[in-house]
Design a protein around this ligand. Structure first.
Ligand code: TXA
Ligand code: MG
Length: 307
């Protein structure tokens, strides 16, 4: 069911969940201060209660009410907020314990999507918002995809999201900042602003409980780094790659990684559908350069192809 920004605010005030677009993916949002509201998110998504949620705030002053902001986080917020960057810092323990999975840290971001910001203007609490999909499925980048997951959920329609992949997550609780999840704001951009080394989460070490190896999963076989294809597969090309088959697409003919990121989840969803309809063997994806936003794309593809 499509709703307006005002209707969304009214529903949120009754501690019920609604879907709201952000610049990254659609979020399943609810009052971060209410256990009841947060429980609805976990139940709807079928999400393990050990996997904490990102808390969405208006701006840095709003963040300061719920998080201990250190120098790194202030610098990053000044440079990248509102925007697709989440940081993990010490919590002031004011949000629902369910939302933080009882951790003493908080993952917090201020999205720039104007509809999301309008909703935050109409309420006086922060919003917990994971991606609006069932756990372990592909994140939605349109309101139609949200409604496919949750037919009865009220959703604000904001068209196709502009970035298409989830926010970058950086852990600022230790002396050296550490990237927990790659996204549109790259490690290079962050290290330019902080002027220091930045670590990357070793894949063996699960710091963020949600960063399990298998995460974004299409419901069919997914083969990555492919150099050839056939009619038995749905093919996802990039730039001038040559995966030729009856059903195929290209993430960006001109080889623009930001555009490829924007088209990634929608192409995987389309692939899933066509594989099922046409009884194909699976999806093949071409090689994506492992630089800049390509790191985030490859990270998602690696997880999605892990059995
Ligand atoms: O772009 C985004 O970030 C989207 C939109 C809706 O804002 N949200 C999103 O949320 O991707 P979600 O729940 O799908 O991913 C949240 C990630 C999980 O991997 C979770 O483990 C991690 O954030 N996280 C949350 N709190 C954390 C904490 N205190 N420490 C470490 N990781 C945390
Ligand atoms: Mg998610």
């Amino acid at each position: 069911m499509k709703i307006s920004v005002e209707q969304a605010a009214e529903i949120l005030k009754t501690n019920k969940a609604v879907a709201i677009p952000t610049e990254t993916v659609y979020g399943l949002a609810a009052n971060a201060l209410s256990d009841q509201a947060i429980l609805e998110i976990y139940t709807l998504k079928n999400r393990p209660s050990t996997n904490p949620l990102i808390i969405h705030v208006k701006n840095i002053e709003h963040a300061n009410e719920f998080a201990h902001l250190n120098e790194y986080s202030k610098l990053l917020a000044t440079n990248f907020w509102p925007g697709p960057l989440t940081f993990v810092v010490k919590s002031k323990n004011k949000i629902s314990k369910l939302a933080s999975a009882r951790l003493d840290t908080i993952a917090i971001r201020s999205p720039y999507n104007p509809q999301f910001q309008e909703v935050l203007d109409l309420i006086d609490f922060p919003l917990a918002a994971p991606s609006a999909n069932i756990s372990n499925q592909i994140s939605p980048t349109s309101s139609l995809e949200v409604s496919e997951y949750f037919p009865n959920l009220p959703v604000i329609d904001g068209g196709r999201t502009s970035l298409g992949i989830e926010s970058t997550i950086i852990d600022l609780t230790d002396d050296i900042p550490k990237i927990l999840r790659h996204g549109s704001i790259t490690k290079e951009k962050i290290s330019e602003v902080l002027n220091c080394d930045i670590l990357e989460n070793a894949s063996s070490e699960i710091k963020a409980p949600g960063m399990m190896k298998k995460h974004y999963a299409p419901n069919c076989e997914l083969l990555i780094n492919q150099t050839e294809s056939s009619d038995e597969y749905y093919s996802i090309n990039f730039a001038d790659s040559k995966l030729i088959s009856k059903f195929q697409t290209n993430l960006s003919v001109d080889g623009i990684l930001e555009l490829a990121a924007k088209n990634l989840f929608r192409s995987l969803k389309m692939g899933e559908k066509i594989v099922k309809q046409e009884n194909l063997k699976g999806i093949k994806v071409a090689v994506i350069p492992n630089i800049s936003v390509g790191l985030a794309i490859n990270d998602k593809l690696n997880r999605a192809s892990t059995k």
